[in-house]
Design a binder for this molecule. Structure first.
Ligand code: SAM
Length: 213
């Protein structure tokens, strides 16, 4: 079969049983109505094609994973893979992250991943690790959830470190070049996103931060 276009992906993704679009009715009900278990839920924010959602879901079958992005044609790839491989601990949700509190309830989320977000050099207010976004994440999670950030951007990484310092947050892992580490968690090296592969080919160093919100 040939490549399918953006419009067809948009049409298909809305019909996928593991994809939700602005599903405010599921706020507080992801465990009971979607996953049908009480396993902890991780959100991958700005997930694109959902490589971390899928990769972590395979490695941690006792956890649930939701990939969040605004672009349906990107989500399509991860959602299709999850359906074809009967991955019952995976879902995707098409929403704007700025509105995330409309779609998830306090205490519902346990951990976050952000992989290769747009660095938003010109607009601090749009950076997904700014204090305003961090508060939104806290408002939908259990107290002190874990945040994981993987990024190619030195400026974005340094900005995130400034926010961490300002808020006196506990840092578990901090690397400005993960592939130079002596010991790197398997999932950090072996799950590479669409954008990570592009930046690696460009010779960029990949940064990683794991911290408590
Ligand atoms: C550079 S791409 C990274 C995608 C993927 N994580 C990767 O590493 O390949 C950034 C993604 O963030 C999404 N995005 C940016 N701002 C967003 C927002 N406010 N709400 C939802 N998605 C957003 C875009 O649609 C895009 O898919």
């Amino acid at each position: 079969m040939g490549k399918i276009g953006k419009l067809q992906k948009f049409a298909e993704v809305t019909a996928f049983s593991n994809c939700y679009e602005r599903a405010a009715e599921l706020k507080g009900k992801w465990a009971t109505h979607v996953f049908k278990n009480n396993n902890p839920i991780t959100l991958e924010l700005a997930c694109g094609k959902g490589e971390y959602t899928l990769g972590l879901a395979k490695r941690f079958p006792d956890r649930n994973f939701i990939g969040v992005d605004i672009k349906g044609n990107r989500i399509w790839k991860g959602a299709k893979y999850a359906l074809e491989n009967n991955m019952h601990n995976v879902a995707f949700h098409r929403i704007m992250i700025g509105n995330i509190e409309d779609y998830f309830a306090f205490g519902e989320i346990n951990e976050f991943w952000i992989t290769f977000p747009d660095p938003q050099h010109a607009k601090k207010r749009k950076r997904l690790t700014n204090p305003m976004f961090l508060q939104r994440y806290r408002n939908i999670s259990n107290p002190h959830p874990i945040m994981n950030l993987k990024s190619d951007s030195t400026r974005f990484y340094e900005y995130t470190l400034e926010v961490i310092a300002e808020q006196n947050l506990e840092v578990f892992e901090n690397s400005d070049d993960i592939y130079q580490l002596d010991a790197i968690p398997e999932y950090l090296a072996n799950i590479q996103t669409f954008y990570e592969k592009i930046w690696l080919e460009d010779g960029k160093k990949i940064k990683y931060l794991k911290y408590k919100l």
